[in-house]
Structure formats: C-alpha cells, structure tokens
Design a protein around this ligand. Structure first.
Ligand SMILES: [Zn+2]
Ligand SMILES: [Zn+2]
Length: 413
C-alpha cells in the first residue's frame, strides 16, 4: 500500500483520536502506547486538545525511503497547517498560530509480510494483529505485545518560515478585485455615455476601453501595493522567526558531524530515523506516570516536574554535543529543542525547553528498524513480551537489557 495513502488516512484518524476517537489504525504499537499515555495525561488535567491538520493547495508532498532488509522505511513529508487548540470545561485556553508546518510521518513496511494472527490473553479471541490496536475487539483487554506492517512509527512537525498559501490567496484576490473594478467601471462609463449623451455605440466603446484600463492599471497598482505589504510582513515575520529559531538553525549544523560519528559505529545509521526516535523517547518519558521502572529511561532523577506537561512539540532540531565509548557502550549527548504546553496553578503556558539528554546503546548491536519495546522476543525461550516496565522475561526469567536492542535514555534535564 502506498505510504502517502497510509499517511493521509493516519492524519485523519489522528485528528479523530484527539476528538475522543480510537487509536489510528496504522499507528505502530509503540506509537499507540504513546498516544494512550498522552490522552491519559490530558484527561488527568481535564484538558482537551483539539488537533487540526489543514491541507494547503499546491503544497510540498514527498517521500524518501531507506531500505534495510527486510524493512523499507518511508519518510513522507508534507506542508500543512497543523493546529492545536486547548480547552478546559469548554473554555478555550489557547489557540495555536496560523503558520504552515511541514509534517513528517515515518512509515515502516516489511517485505512479504503476512499479517500475524494474535490471540487475546484474556478471552482467547484470535484475529489479525492490526485489529488489536485498540484492544481486543471481543473483550476490550489492551496489550501491545505484537507488531504489524505497514505502520506509522513516528510523526512530528517542523515550523515553516513564510506561509505561502496566504500569499497565493491574496494574489488571487488582487486579480479578482481588478476584474470586478474593470467591469464596474465599464458598465458605469457605458451607461453614462448611453444615457447622458444618448449614444449607446459610444457608450459601449468607451465603456470597454475604460473598463480594460481600470482593470489593467488597477491590478498592476494593487499588485505593487500588495507585494510591498507581503514583502514587509513576510520579512518581519521571517526576521522574528529567524530570531526565534536561531538556536535550532545553529543546532542543525551539528548534523553532519553527528552522522559521521555514528556511521563509525553503525554504518547504515539514519539521521531521520534517529530524530523520530529521540522525539518519541522524550514524549514517552514525559507522559509516563511512573518513571521508576521504565526500560527506556534509566536516569536517577524521577523528573516529577514533567508531570505538568500536557503537550510537547518538536521544534525541528537537536544539537549533537558529542559521544564517548565506555567499554562496549556508546554514550551520545545532545540537546533536544521542544516546546511544551504546561498546565500549572490553573494556567496553561507555553515554554521552549531545551532538554539535555544522554542516550546509551551497546555497540555490537544492529539497528533493527522493526524493533518494538512492547514486543520483545526472549532469546532463551522465544516468548514475546512487553519490556516497557520489566527487566526480565516473564516466562523464563531470563534478564533483558534494552541497550542490546535500542537506545536507552540515562539523563534528561
Ligand atoms: Zn479478548
Ligand atoms: Zn524467556
């Protein structure tokens, strides 16, 4: 199935999810876990987040892919208006800006994948894996110990500088106004000549000439005026945004160095995949209720201050601060630039937060794009289990360490 079709369906269902709908059908089980955690956090605070994704005409819409047998990772991106409005008791607390964003959606395909049949651990109902994404369709038991493909593994937005669609709309308005003014003047001049001078021939002739002149000159002058206006506002907007995002622009300069460093250890390292990963990791840590036994977070600090965060948006960059190898474990330090909506003392406020993060991973391991923390295969007994909150196989007791398979966060500040 085409990734763009999956993405668009996913976007529709994502918007519906925040209106109280089910988890999007194509959300990977890791992603659906995050969505449920986020919904729980919003419910705890009594806040409703309404997400809107408005399409833009003639927008950028593209896909690039990365193949790593047996997987194909499609990274699709698209320009849209992504908005979130926040409500408490039906009173609007905040409305997001009207700016254009680029939406990134990573979709993972597995070649020759046959949908796995899953059995509910509670009632024994068995069906295709995807039908369990919202819990067992028969008894409602939720569990995430399965995978399916294709699935949406991550989704985030990047801010866009100047809103193109409004300029296009404005230009159409200018041309329309010119045409209407031309027609109005043509009718006026025609009628005046026809009635006052009793000469309808001259009326039609001068009417057409006057109408054309007005339409033509009017459009030109309006166009010049409008361009000047757009130029000035776009410039000031760009200036404001440039100042606002200068930290991120600077951070993105570390991309090349980061890629080069990582490829020494992981030859087919993908920056974009990693970017989706750190955004998901941070979100999952923020929206977890209990961070004391999380497999993805092994820091000392329990990060209680994150319990007031009700939404997180990636600001479009992270800064690589270096890496070190201790034994056979790679440590990566970075700063992740996000903005958080915080609900505190009955007030919602937006903060730009630069989270210092340190991530570790065992070196000899291979990047498995299809890896899921919720569906880990035990190397001893072969059972599949959810490793989000446990450090050993629940069936045979064999210890399990996430750093053998994926990144683990050991520090957040
Ligand atoms: Zn069931
Ligand atoms: Zn086991």
């Amino acid at each position: 199935m085409d990734s763009k079709v999956i993405r668009d369906e996913f976007f529709d269902q994502y918007v519906e999810f925040y209106n109280g709908g089910p988890v999007p059908e194509y959300a990977s089980n890791d992603f659906s876990y995050y969505l449920e955690c986020h919904r729980k956090r919003l419910d705890q605070k009594g806040i409703r987040a309404v997400k809107k994704i408005e399409k833009i005409e003639d927008n950028i819409d593209n896909t690039f892919n990365k193949e790593k047998q047996p997987y194909i990772l499609d990274m699709t991106y698209k320009e849209c208006n992504f908005e979130t409005d926040y409500y408490k008791d039906d009173v609007m607390l905040a409305k997001s800006d009207n700016d254009t964003e680029t939406l990134y959606c990573n979709i993972l395909h597995k070649q020759d994948y046959q949908e796995e049949t899953i059995s509910c651990p509670n009632c024994g109902h068995s069906a295709g894996a995807r039908s369990f994404v919202n819990g067992c369709p028969m008894c409602g038991t939720t569990f995430k110990t399965f995978k399916f493909f294709p699935c949406v593994t991550s989704f985030y937005t990047l801010p866009k500088f100047v809103e193109r669609s409004s300029i296009d709309k404005g230009l159409k308005g200018v041309v329309k106004f010119g045409i209407i003014a031309g027609i109005a003047v043509a009718i006026g001049v025609g009628l005046y000549n026809g009635i006052a001078n009793q000469s309808w021939g001259a009326g039609i002739f001068f009417g057409i000439i006057a109408g054309l002149l007005t339409g033509w000159l009017g459009t030109i002058f309006l166009y010049l005026g409008y361009s000047l206006f757009v130029g000035v506002t776009a410039f000031s907007k760009m200036f404001a945004q440039a100042a606002d995002t200068s930290d991120i622009q600077a951070a993105r300069f570390t991309k090349r160095k980061f890629e080069n460093d990582m490829r020494m250890y992981f030859p087919d390292f993908s920056y974009e995949y990693f970017e989706g990963k750190i955004v998901s990791l941070l979100r999952s840590i923020i929206f977890s209720d209990d961070r004391s036994n999380l497999s993805i977070y092994k820091g000392k600090d329990q990060l209680g201050y994150l319990n007031d965060v009700v939404d997180v948006e990636y600001r479009g960059g992270f800064k690589y601060e270096g890496c070190t190898v201790v034994g056979d474990i790679l440590h990566v330090r970075l700063i992740n630039y996000v903005s958080c909506e915080v609900w505190c003392d009955g007030k919602l406020s937006k903060h730009q937060r630069n989270f210092k993060m340190e991530l570790i991973r065992r070196l000899k391991t291979n990047d498995d794009l299809g890896f899921s923390i919720h569906a880990v295969n035990c190397s001893t007994c072969g059972a599949t289990f959810d490793a989000m909150h446990v450090d050993k196989c629940p069936h045979c007791g064999n210890p399990y360490e996430l750093i053998n398979d994926d990144w683990v966060v050991i520090f957040v500040q």
